[in-house]
Ligand binder design. Structure first.
Ligand code: PRT
Ligand code: MG
Length: 214
């Protein structure tokens, strides 16, 4: 049995065509089903539906053989025990520093001010500001980062941006690029060795399907 860990939402939508290329069709739509383990048309392949942030953990411990995770999530996880053979070029976005419109981020940085930065991406943010030599106090949040500068919790946020619509709607502006983000295929290192006959054809099908696409 081969187990693939996926999250609902934007990654799943863009994963369906990749699965199809590997001859895998889920037996139910995870968006409407409440099941956490989904069968597929293939007797030897099942899907487990987990939170996006938990995908690397399931694969690291071998509870899933493969998974698809955002590079943002992989950077925070650290990638221990994971083989990352493919950038699937799906669910693309950018990790950015953003502030309230009118807050002069660059002047604050130039003055050597200590900035409060709210983010879900503490590891990526720490590395980014250390590289820039900017002094920050990081505040860990689990969502709705955009609110933090509006209510005085933080001077800045580090968050994902795709259309820019969320920043705009909250009178925030992006001031610095941290990292381009897309989703990657991750594989448990032991599965790759012990289940190679089952796992490798899936990697190959994903590779040629995502290459065709881009
Ligand atoms: O939503 P949930 O709390 O269950 O988990 P999650 O947010 O981790 O999952 P999900 O499905 O929302 O995101 C999964 C992955 O999609 C992320 O790990 C990213 O790699 C990728 N991705 C791509 C994004 C975006 N684009 C994105 N725009 N993830 C989140 N966003 C959010 C962003 O955080 C911000 O709140 O969308 C908002 C900004 O979007 P725009 O279009 O207004 O700029
Ligand atoms: Mg989300």
């Amino acid at each position: 049995m081969i187990t693939i860990a996926l999250s609902k939402g934007r990654i799943f939508e863009e994963t369906v065509p990749l699965l199809a290329a590997a001859g895998i069709v889920p037996s139910e739509d995870p968006e409407s089903s409440r099941k956490l383990i989904l069968a597929t048309n293939r007797e030897d392949v099942r899907l487990v539906i987990v939170r996006a942030t938990d995908v690397p953990t399931y694969v690291q411990y071998g509870a899933a053989d493969l998974g698809i995770a955002g590079y943002d999530v992989l950077l925070e996880h650290g990638g221990v025990g994971l083989y990352q053979p493919l950038d699937l070029a799906i669910a693309k976005c950018r990790l950015m520093v953003a502030v309230r419109e009118g807050f002069d981020y660059f002047a604050a940085v130039k003055q050597g001010a200590r900035l409060r930065v709210a983010t879900k991406y503490v590891e990526s943010a720490r590395e980014h500001f250390a590289k820039k030599g900017v002094h920050v106090d990081l505040i860990k949040l689990y969502g709705s980062m955009e609110l933090a500068p509006l209510v005085g919790l933080a001077d800045a946020i580090v968050d994902l941006v795709s259309t820019g619509g969320t920043l705009l709607a909250n009178q925030l502006e992006a001031v610095e690029h941290v990292q381009d983000v897309s989703s990657r295929l991750v594989v448990n290192q032991a599965s790759l060795k012990l289940k190679r006959a089952g796992v490798q054809p899936i990697i190959d099908a994903f590779a040629s399907a995502s290459a065709h696409h881009h």
